[in-house]
Design a protein around this ligand. Structure first.
Ligand SMILES: *Cc1c(COP(=O)(O)O)cnc(C)c1O
Length: 434
């Protein structure tokens, strides 16, 4: 059986694991061990030579197990399975999305280098770039979705460090407004600024859409990053991250991971293996539910605007063209502007009964939050205006519940806003009853 020819969803239960290794167990056990026995001292010596890069691995050699900071069966099997979705050569799993992102940035940026990144960016990533990378003398500059290739070229040139451009880092679709950034365009820009001995890399945080609905490596990106806490984990019960790319780049990432010591543990690896078995049905159901939710919202009188990628069409040709090139679904993240402001948005959030009021996304349960005061509270006010992160914006991560129930919950929470505005006495009464 040529495993590579089967679809990823068919391989999530078996790929990379042989029951003969573990007493015939159908499921890969949790290898809760810190260290592994060498067959002979010679084998131990050879494994260290390869792991520490003292010599090249021979084609006949396999990097055997040494110590769980370097490798562990649960992590290796998980990494092999994750490569299938993105068509990557290799993958490294981390103890969080932030550790995958920070390790990739640290490995490929040096003092004096220039990093170009897109806005809006996940708050933790932006903090790391602005407050940690800059401490090490790395120059950083930003752009927003919708800026053209020429404008980006000018932004880079205006820094005076264009010859030092080392990486373009983007997040698409961007959180929380679903703005799209053209991955192939970033790659062509990176090529323009690359020289024979200096390759500019494109890194994409694919958390919002991956690994099912967007495959950045196939569109020219060099590195793909994930918060595996989101869709990959999918059950709001584990924090983890992943980075994928070519063998050559991943070797560097894995080496730095070994020395930073931020790999995931076997228990996290096992949980994610379990999550991957249902990744596709979960995400597909979430996307179907999200379309229903977006349609309901777009017709509701208390809603001003819906940010949902499944609605893109010729009326917004720039975004629609990017969507057609790189997105395989409308996704399961729906944001919307409610009529009013913070008061109305909070009334809605406080009245939800089924949907949980929490940050994070991509999980089986639907989640709602208020970006302006929660996930994006750090974004300066003038930038919030530019990015449409207003006080009336709500972000929804649509889960796998029955779609009629999700819509019912949204509907009744929206109704409660009327009570608040028009019949304050009733709202008062209600409060006393609970
Ligand atoms: C959550 C998230 C991260 C950070 O991941 P953690 O697992 O929380 O460290 C990075 N990028 C995006 C887009 C995210 O949503």
């Amino acid at each position: 059986m040529n495993d590579k020819r089967l679809h990823p969803e068919s391989l999530m239960m078996s790929y990379g694991y042989n029951p003969e290794w573990s007493e015939g167990a159908v499921k890969c056990p949790i290898f809760q061990t810190s260290t592994f026995v060498f067959k002979t001292a010679e084998e131990g010596k050879a494994l260290f030579e390869i792991a520490y890069g003292k010599r090249e691995q021979l084609p006949s050699e396999h990097l055997g197990l040494i110590y769980s900071r370097i490798n562990n069966p649960d992590l290796e099997i998980l990494e092999n399975r994750l490569t299938l979705w993105d068509g990557a050569e290799e993958c490294a799993v981390f103890e969080s999305g932030m550790s995958a992102i920070s390790t990739a940035l640290l490995e490929f940026l040096q003092p004096g280098d220039l990093l170009l990144y897109s806005l809006p960016l996940y708050g933790g990533t932006e903090h790391f770039i602005e407050h940690v990378l800059t401490k090490f003398g790395i120059h950083v500059v930003r752009f927003t979705a919708g800026q053209s290739h020429d404008e980006l070229r000018k932004i880079i040139a205006n820094t005076g460090y264009s010859h030092k451009l080392a990486m373009i880092y983007i997040e698409t679709p961007a959180n929380p407004t679903n703005d799209l950034i053209d991955i192939a365009c970033c790659k062509s820009l990176a090529k323009e600024f690359s020289t024979k001995d200096h390759e500019v890399l494109v890194a994409v945080d694919n958390t919002y859409f991956g690994p099912l609905w967007q495959h950045p490596l196939k569109l020219g990106a060099d590195l793909v990053l994930y918060s595996a806490t989101k869709y990959i984990g999918g059950h709001s019960d584990v924090i983890a991250g992943a980075c994928l790319g070519s063998k050559q780049l991943m070797k560097r990432i894995k080496t730095l991971r070994t020395f930073l010591g931020n790999m995931a543990g076997p228990w996290t690896g096992w949980l994610l293996l379990r999550s991957l078995e249902t990744l596709k049905p979960r995400m597909e159901l979430q996307a179907r539910n999200a379309r229903g939710v977006a349609e309901f919202l777009s017709e509701h009188s208390k809603i001003e605007k819906v940010y949902y990628l499944g609605f893109l069409d010729e009326s917004n040709p720039t975004q629609y063209n990017i969507f057609k090139k790189q997105c395989l679904s409308g996704g399961a993240m729906v944001s919307f502007d409610i009529k009013g402001g913070e008061k109305e948005a909070f009334a809605f959030l406080n009245h939800l009964k089924l949907i949980k009021l929490a940050v994070s996304l991509g999980s089986t349960e639907s989640l709602a939050e208020h970006p302006a005061t929660m996930t994006h509270c750090d974004v300066p006010d003038e930038e919030k205006v530019k990015l449409n992160i207003s006080e009336k914006l709500i972000r929804l991560s649509v889960g796998v519940e029955n779609h009629e129930d999700i819509i019912w919950d949204i509907g009744q929470a929206l109704e409660s806003i009327k009570i608040l505005n028009e019949e304050p006495a009733l709202e008062h009464l209600e409060e006393h009853h609970v």
